[in-house]
Design a protein around this ligand. Structure first.
Ligand code: 6PG
Length: 509
């Protein structure tokens, strides 16, 4: 192994998939990196990888550390230390060890995990004076971390200014005129042109909140695609490979996204063991680490409707109850399969494409409205055009459609809901009938489509000037004297009807 004598610019602690690839990305962009993991073979593997990938005429840019004291000694001051450890207790465990190793007040520790945003708020306060606890959520998985992720930094602004050049260098890039990703997956040849997918999000916790909502949208977007797969497979009897072809075709249009592309690839992958489509050999029980759930919980707490995101979390929960589903599959009645003509099949596919697009717009509308309501509650100033911009490349929900969201917020930074933007209201108004036909077909054929259908209920609820909450308020007043406002009196004036009296009288409360 080559000797490394220069002080490093960045320390990376935790060399799992994300940490190792972030370290390689930082090194690829010309920074020297000191790396540490409790698991020594991981340290050796990262350094060896850097050596393999580095051009022969360049000096080594990665050095291993045996412990945190050694890492602190190898870093230029103020030190920048990237944490890539599992969210929760491990983050505080490393922070404690860094304090014991002698970290200093001006040093910056950046948590890049999927931490719960409230933990980040607490940590910034807890470690004040000992070091600067900064955070930067990262999206993009293994390839993103290596060649350009979307980065959502938040916390101390001075710390941000210090790490900004590094963050801009390692982030994914987009072409500023088209809004499309500039991708090059070549070690030693990082993308240096284009707009970097990172922006300062705001005070501590805000970056992790934004990443949490990104993941909530990710859950919903993934579930929508899965529902389309089931509708095509159970509804039309199509093979996984042919569904992959349809997804590839959709991926050339308004549904173009990273998730659509990988779904087609997954569907067309053969199982190395049986030769069957791999997807048919994968057990239908979805895992989750919690960020989608946190988004749904936050939406309930804040009172922001995000039913499609919540349905996506429930869909994963139902999927895990495989035994119960197997028992009920032969117990509960459903419709007989419907055989469609070729022209009806073609119409079904066109309707589904429109349904998917409309439901997708609703998921994003829910996520962005949730961020807006959270920002108000937390007194954060979030720039939604910038957030949409940094999701155009690098992250899991990257999609051409994010350019339209960017433009919608550039035109009106205070948009109450994406459905208010002309570009989306017009397209949904034009496509809603096909969306309805898809939902109706799913119900009539007994194929569950919880996200596609919850989204249409969301759309229709917002279309209603009048909802049945008048009756609901009447019910509440009836059994609990909870009072109601009247349509013909000033807002805030409360009334109660004496429901139990013989002569029901109205009183102003
Ligand atoms: C990303 C992903 C990544 C991970 C999530 C979701 O943006 O790169 O969101 O953070 O995939 O943790 O994982 P689960 O589906 O396991 O909850």
């Amino acid at each position: 192994m080559t000797n490394h004598t220069q002080q490093s610019h960045v320390g990376v602690i935790g060399l799992g998939v994300m940490g190792k690839n972030l370290a390689l990305n930082i090194a690829d962009n010309g920074y020297h990196v000191a790396v540490f993991d409790l698991d020594t073979p991981k340290v050796n593997a990262a350094v060896a990888q850097e050596e393999i990938e580095r051009k022969a005429d360049t000096a080594p840019r990665m050095q291993s550390c045996n412990n945190l004291t050694e890492m602190l000694a190898k870093l230029v001051e103020p030190r920048v230390i990237v944490l890539s450890v599992p969210a929760g207790a491990p983050v505080d465990g490393v922070c404690k060890s860094l304090i014991e190793a002698g970290i200093e007040a001006n040093d910056i520790v950046i948590d890049t995990g999927n931490s719960l945003w409230t933990d980040t708020v607490e940590r910034e306060a807890r470690y004040k004076g000992q070091f600067i606890f900064f955070s930067s959520a990262v999206s993009g998985g293994e390839v993103g971390a290596r060649f350009g992720p979307s980065l959502m930094p938040s916390g101390d602004e001075k710390a941000w200014r210090y790490v900004e050049p590094i963050w801009k260098a390692i982030a994914a890039k987009v072409d500023s005129t088209t809004g499309l990703p500039i991708e090059r997956f070549e070690p030693g040849n990082p993308v240096t042109e284009g707009e970097p997918c990172t922006t300062y999000i705001g005070p501590a916790g805000s970056g992790h909140y934004v990443k949490m909502v990104h993941n909530g949208i990710e859950y919903a977007d993934m579930q929508l695609i899965c529902e389309a797969y089931q509708l095509l497979s159970d509804g039309l009897g199509m093979s996984a490979h042919d569904i992959g072809d349809i997804f590839n075709a959709w991926n050339k249009g308004i549904l173009n996204s990273y998730l659509m592309g990988i779904s087609a690839e997954v569907l067309q992958q053969a199982d190395p063991l049986t030769g069957k489509p791999l997807v048919e050999m994968i057990l239908d029980k979805a895992g989750q680490k919690g960020t989608g759930l946190w988004t749904a919980v936050s939406s309930l707490q804040i009172g922001c409707p995000a039913p499609t995101i919540a349905e996506a979390v429930y869909a994963r929960a139902v999927s895990t109850q495989k035994n119960l589903r197997m028992q009920l599959s032969s117990k509960l009645a459903g419709p007989e399969p419907v055989i469609l003509s070729e022209s009806d099949k073609a119409e079904f596919i066109t309707n589904l494409e429109d349904a998917l697009y409309c439901a997708k717009v609703c998921c994003y509308a829910q996520g962005f409205q949730l961020m807006a309501m959270a920002a108000k509650e937390q007194s954060w100033t979030l720039d939604f055009a910038e957030i949409a911009k940094i999701w155009r490349a690098g992250c899991i929900i990257r999609a051409t459609f994010l350019q339209s969201i960017t433009q919608a917020y550039q035109e009106d930074a205070n948009l109450a809901n994406l459905l208010m933007a002309d570009t989306f209201s017009q397209t949904l108004s034009q496509k809603h009938f096909n969306w309805r036909k898809t939902v109706a077909a799913s119900v009539m054929q007994g194929i569950p489509a919880p996200c596609i259908s919850s989204a249409i209920a969301y759309y229709d609820s917002y279309r209603c000037e009048m909802l049945p909450a008048n009756l609901l308020q009447g019910q509440r007043d009836f059994f609990g004297s909870h009072t109601f406002e009247r349509t013909d009196k000033p807002a805030g004036e409360k009334y109660h009807l004496d429901w139990s009296a013989k002569e029901r009288t109205l009183s102003k409360v």
